[in-house]
Each structure stands twice: as structure tokens, then as C-alpha cells.
Write a protein that binds this ligand. Structure first.
Ligand code: UDP
Ligand code: MG
Length: 140
């Protein structure tokens, strides 16, 4: 089964939406194979968002992702990468449809967009390795 890396971002933790977001993945039938709270430091943030370093919003993104802890999860299921991205909704919460996580729990991208989800198999592998040791991902 396919695996994807999900982060409930600092705004999700600060706004106490962790339980509600995890509920959605469980209700969908996805399996949590790894989960931990991580306070991302600048070095890790730069690695995670390496491909965005030229963007005008990069410095703000680093500040945002390091401002409080995140919940990191390895989520598993049929076509999990695409399914979880659909559940997250569009990057900008203003464009995210109701029923999606960003559509339901966020409004202004300046205040955050609640969640990170891997966008490809290659990035899912890279991101899982960045956040989890092999023995922290459980096969059951
Ligand atoms: N981001 C932002 N402004 C933008 C685009 C992106 O602040 O115009 C932030 C936002 O937190 C987003 C993250 O950068 O989730 C990564 O951007 P990406 O394009 O990978 O979006 P995602 O895959 O998270 O939907
Ligand atoms: Mg992305």
C-alpha cells in the first residue's frame, strides 16, 4: 500500500485541531503507521522545503513551520498520496473547498494552511526519511 508523509502544521497544533484532523484520516479508512510530535528547527525546515528556497514566501514559510511543534504522521492506504492531498484541499485556504481540511479549518494563507502532505512518491520517500527512523514506522 502507498504511504505518504503528513504534517499537522503549527497552526493546527496551536488551534487544537489535531484530533479532528486525525479523525478524518481514520474515518476515511487510512492507516497511521507512524506518528510523533516534532518541533522542526531551521535546518530541518530548510531540508523539508528545499525546493521552495527561491520563492518570495520562503522566509515566512521557515518562520511559520518552526513557530510551534507539528504532528508528523506516516499515513498508508490505497493511493494515499493523492487521497490525502484531495482531503487537504488547495494550498490557499481561500481556494480550498468546504469538506477539505484547509477548506474547513483555515481562511487566510498568511495565518497558515493547517497541513502538509507529500506531493509525489519520490517526495513521500524523502520526507518519511527526514521525519522517521525505519523502526518508527510500523507494519501491521
Ligand atoms: N505557501 C505560501 N504561499 C504561497 C504558496 C505556498 O505561504 O503562495 C506555503 C504554504 O504553507 C504551503 C507551503 O508553502 O503549504 C508549501 O507550498 P506548496 O506549493 O508545496 O503547497 P502544498 O503542497 O503545501 O499545497
Ligand atoms: Mg508541497
Amino acid at each position: 500500500m502507498e504511504e505518504t508523509l503528513v504534517l499537522i502544521k503549527p497552526d493546527g497544533v496551536l488551534n487544537k485541531k489535531v484530533g479532528k484532523i486525525i479523525n478524518r484520516f481514520e474515518d476515511k479508512g487510512l492507516k497511521i503507521k507512524g506518528m510523533k510530535m516534532v518541533w522542526i528547527d531551521e535546518e530541518m525546515a530548510r531540508k523539508h522545503y528545499n525546493h521552495l528556497q527561491e520563492k518570495v514566501f520562503f522566509d515566512r514559510l521557515l518562520k511559520y513551520i518552526t513557530e510551534a511543534p507539528v504532528i508528523a504522521m506516516v499515513i498508508c492506504g490505497k493511493e494515499a498520496i493523492e487521497v490525502v492531498r484531495t482531503m487537504a484541499g488547495e494550498t490557499n485556504p481561500l481556494d480550498a473547498l468546504p469538506g477539505t481540511i484547509r477548506g474547513d479549518f483555515a481562511l487566510d494563507i498568511e495565518d497558515g494552511n493547517m497541513i502538509h502532505t507529500s506531493d509525489s512518491k519520490e517526495n513521500a520517500e524523502r520526507e518519511k526519511e527526514l521525519f522517521f527512523l525505519k523502526d518508527e514506522i510500523f507494519n501491521y
